[in-house]
Ligand binder design. Structure first.
Ligand code: FCB
Length: 434
């Protein structure tokens, strides 16, 4: 029915980025990690990023040129507080001025306070597994509230993908701080929950009642062997622990984590009850889980059972999972924002089809009763992809990494048409998934 193909009134289309991946010239825990040769390509350096720091206004214009009216950016804590207690007021003022210009240009700021990276001193002095981390984050959030966000009409995201930080940084040890320890992981997650609640208090006290939430990475899960009861049990445990445990903690104030042999806990998080005004969902793919007999007792892989081809980064192309995550989100009774969704498409030819099939899922979920308010595409432009470095291309705009020139891909026009008409039409001829 054609009426089902219209996005709701007031629905927002936007784009998403994160400071470290685009701004350039940032010194933080991740730049140290690169120099220590711990990324997939030990020689990869983020360096100048895509020079977003110097091209901010141009990038706001590119955002407008795809019909987007929201732009997700992050504040880099390491710029704000390069040494513990030494605050760079000029940096805060600069972030504020930029966001004011963005807003004046008709683009709503969506501001992430913490997107994976930390000042260099953080892990040595007040790491997440120590209670002191909560007060540090509160202080930083207050600075952002008073000196950046005050009076803006922004959406605020405290943490981007806390479960990714936890898995990568505290269980597998492959991203900073490079710890692999279940007990510390639980303590860290609990403190991030408390820090989120503390940040909300600061933002609401000093910047106004801005809607605030987190961005949760949601994975669809499937058993690696359909017939295997333990693989199937892992799917239930994985979905609960990875997708839901932290969100529930921010709703009812208690973190209940059950990952047998990895990390389990039941901890109260003071102040965290009802601490999200919206739910931010980042969706990319589905993972197949397989029980193995050695710790951590599970193996995780991307497969292509439907033969639709993996995305270029090697993740399963699985739009149905997006619909599933949005339907599950309904249980929280909160407005939902898709704060990231996108594809590593190095040819630039598959993104339109990707968008179309994911938007269909989104509209189905809306028809089913999920209150989705907006969709922010990852990403406005190609950028530095963490452990993968400069290989992936997630951008609506393709960036020449030598000249840093931004070029439109076919998805720019398609995105613009859908965003400005709020109507989902089929992608242009020739845009197929495979
Ligand atoms: C998400 C991250 C984002 C980007 C995309 C591809 O997990 O939040 O920074 O790297 O993946």
């Amino acid at each position: 029915m054609s009426s089902e193909r219209k996005f709701p009134d007031g629905f927002t289309f936007g784009v998403a980025t994160a400071a470290y991946q685009v701004e350039g010239n940032i010194e933080n825990d991740w730049s140290d990690w690169e120099r220590a040769g711990k990324c997939k390509d030990p020689n990869a350096r983020c360096g100048l990023g895509v020079d977003h720091w110097n091209r901010f206004d141009e990038d706001v214009q590119l955002t407008k040129d795809v019909g987007a009216t929201a732009f997700r950016v992050s504040i880099e804590w390491a710029r704000v507080e390069p040494e513990r207690g030494r605050v760079d007021e000029a940096v805060l003022a600069e972030y504020r001025a930029r966001l004011q210009r963005m807003q004046a240009a008709g683009v709503r700021p969506v501001v992430t306070l913490h997107h994976f990276t930390h000042p260099k001193w953080f892990h040595a002095q007040t790491p997440w597994h120590e209670p002191a981390s909560v007060a540090e984050f509160r202080r930083y959030a207050r600075l952002c509230a008073e000196q950046v966000l005050r009076g803006l009409d922004a959406l605020v995201i405290t943490f981007n993908e806390p479960m990714v930080l936890l898995l990568g940084g505290y269980l597998q040890g492959v991203i900073p701080p490079g710890i692999a320890d279940g007990a510390r992981a639980v303590a860290a997650l609990a403190n991030m929950g408390r820090a989120h609640a503390a940040a909300r208090e600061e933002v609401h006290a000093h910047a106004g009642k801005l809607p605030l939430g987190i961005s949760q990475n949601q994975l669809a899960f499937a058993p690696d062997r359909m017939w295997h009861p333990l693989d199937r049990a892992l799917v239930r445990l994985g979905s609960e622990a990875y997708n839901h445990a932290f969100l529930r903690a921010l709703c009812d104030g208690e973190l209940r984590l059950f990952m047998p042999g990895i990390a389990s806990a039941r901890v109260r998080l003071d102040g965290a009850r009802d601490s999200m005004d919206f739910l931010g969902i980042n969706y990319y793919s589905r993972a197949h889980l397989r029980f193995v007999t050695k710790p951590p007792y599970l193996d995780f892989r991307f497969k292509d059972p439907r033969k639709r081809g993996l995305t270029d980064i090697g993740w399963e192309y699985y739009p149905d999972g997006f619909g599933q995550m949005l339907r599950e989100a309904r249980a929280y009774g909160l407005p939902v924002w898709v704060t990231e969704n996108g594809v590593d498409d190095r040819s630039g030819e598959r993104r339109c089809r990707y968008l179309y099939e994911h938007w269909l899922q989104l509209l189905d979920a809306v028809a089913g009763g999920t209150d989705v308010r907006g969709y922010l595409h990852w990403s406005l432009m190609d950028n530095f992809e963490w452990l993968e470095g400069w290989g992936p291309r997630f951008g609506l705009y393709q960036v020449d990494f030598q000249t840093l020139e931004r070029k439109r891909t076919p998805a720019c026009d398609y995105f613009r048409t859908v965003a400005t008409t709020r109507t989902l039409m089929a992608p242009p001829d020739g845009s197929s998934w495979k």
